[in-house]
Design a binder for this molecule. Structure first.
Ligand code: TRP
Length: 466
């Protein structure tokens, strides 16, 4: 644990570059970055994509993409953030590069801060509802997947409730972001991330000891090679990798801007990416054995977490407790990610309009609540988005727009920027001005310059469809 040049600021000061607050320790930073990365993406999205894309084959493709594309992009974002000491919008100006690159920052802040949050918090709200419901009726009304689906349907149809839980969720996030980097984000992640890990291990122990669990483990670990021909597999894996690592929207630029100058960026990013991948893989071990042991369908898609799992839990001995723990886990994961998105929007408002942190938090919180309200309402009613003859719910449409379009485009631009227009400064940043070694600099350079941009472009081009 190093970096004693901690600059603690009171929460009321505004965020200019000179007095920027820094993480208190390396551990604190890695846990905060992992807190941002580990989220609904790992526990809700990853398993359903595994189920949808043929089990282990998806995991393999995902791992390759994460190592050769996700990790290099993450390193690039950290380097930009630490060099510029600004949130994404100001960062490119601070680096004195062509103003065009500011597009990455704008897209990130607007798309990330607001669009992703608009549906992320809605789902975050569901986790609170399901925690409570675990002891108040969820277990009685979910004996089969149909009943469980009906429970879910009734819940999301009650707009007042959905909005109330979403607002509650956003308030918790606002409260933490209000506390600032050290006292709010870092401290809460230091508590929640270890708890999350422990709960995950308890859930896995429960799932794999159920009779019939092997079938789930087999599904999870046996690749269905025929799926390799499906272009959607690659785009799903690519979008998921960016989503899960919180890339492409400048989150890691913002988090990087709080890293002390003596921190070793390559090892921090390796830690963050490894923890994120570990939790996603573990989530599968908590979910699939239980789903198979109780004879449910693994390919249930988006509903896997909120429809299939409660039904699975309700059939287990001690199901209410397992269900509560699972949704608590999901809540911890979601809130630490949600606040990273809120932080980006908040620092943006602080820098742009010279607001105090507390005012900036209110401003962004309210905008996010309004946008989320729209997503919540769309679940039970008309706001659908129709494009090229197909219509999607607002929530699905935003998820698709963000993950399959904005994140890949944002990451592609980041690679091109770092690899072709800012390579030497980036290398300086990664080696702390030549003071520390970066053993995989050669591979990294090759990835950001050639492999990642080409692969992202190709996968994006072949896989994109509404
Ligand atoms: N990574 C988070 C998850 O897995 C979600 C998230 C947080 C995110 N910040 C992000 C996704 C920035 C994209 C961009 O749930």
């Amino acid at each position: 644990m190093k970096s004693k040049e901690v600059v603690r600021l009171s929460s009321s000061e505004s965020g200019s570059a000179q007095q920027r607050e820094h993480w208190g320790s390396r551990l604190g930073f890695v846990l905060a970055a992992a807190g941002s990365a580990i989220g609904l993406g790992n526990i809700w999205r990853f398993p359903y994509l595994v189920g949808k894309n043929g089990g282990a084959i998806f995991i393999l493709v995902y791992l390759v993409i994460t190592i050769f594309i996700g990790l290099p992009v993450m390193l690039g974002e950290f380097a930009i953030g630490r060099a510029a000491q600004r949130s994404p919008v100001g960062a490119f100006r601070a680096l004195n590069v062509n103003p065009f690159w500011g597009v990455i920052g704008w897209m990130g802040t607007l798309a990330g801060g607001f669009l992703v949050l608009s549906y992320y918090n809605v789902i975050g709200g569901w986790t609170i509802k399901y925690m409570v419901a675990s002891f108040t009726g969820l277990m009685d009304s979910t004996a089969t997947a149909e009943q469980s689906g009906a429970f879910f349907g009734t819940f999301i149809g009650e707009q007042g409730q959905v909005v109330a839980f979403q607002v509650l969720f956003v308030f918790v996030g606002m409260l933490i972001v209000w506390g600032g980097i050290g006292k709010g984000i870092e401290r809460s992640c230091k508590v929640m991330m270890p708890l999350l890990f422990i709960i995950m291990l308890v859930l896995i122990a429960r799932a794999v000891t159920l009779p019939g669990a092997e079938a789930g483990i087999n599904f999870y670990l046996n690749p269905d090679w025929s799926k390799l021909k499906d272009p959607a597999l690659y785009l799903d894996a690519l979008g998921q990798s960016f989503f899960s690592l919180s890339l492409g929207l400048g989150i890691m630029i913002t988090y990087g801007s709080y890293i002390g100058k003596d921190e070793h960026l390559p090892s921090s990013s390796l830690w963050t990416a490894s923890l994120d991948t570990l939790i996603a893989l573990l989530a599968g071990f908590a979910i699939f054995p239980a789903v198979f042991a109780m004879n449910f369908e693994p390919g249930a898609g988006v509903g896997l977490t909120f429809i299939t799992l409660p039904a699975v839990f309700s059939k287990m001995p001690g199901g209410a407790y397992v269900s509560f723990l699972f949704f608590l886990l999901l809540f911890f994961a979601a809130i630490t990610s949600s606040m990273s998105l809120l932080e980006v929007a908040t620092t943006f408002a602080m820098e742009k309009f010279s607001l105090k942190r507390s005012h900036a938090v209110w401003l962004t919180g309210i905008i996010v609540i309004l946008l989320g309200g729209y997503s919540s309402l769309s679940l039970s009613g008309p706001p659908k988005i129709t494009f090229m003859g197909k219509s999607k719910d607002f929530l699905d449409a935003v998820d698709y727009l963000c993950n399959n379009i904005l994140l890949p485009v944002g990451s592609l631009l980041t690679c091109v920027f770092v690899g072709w227009f800012w390579l030497d400064p980036a290398k300086k940043e990664l080696t702390n001005d030549g003071e520390v070694a970066c053993p995989w600099m050669g591979v990294w350079t090759w990835c950001v310059r050639f492999f990642a941009p080409c692969a992202i472009f190709y996968i994006f081009w072949t896989g994109i469809k509404w």
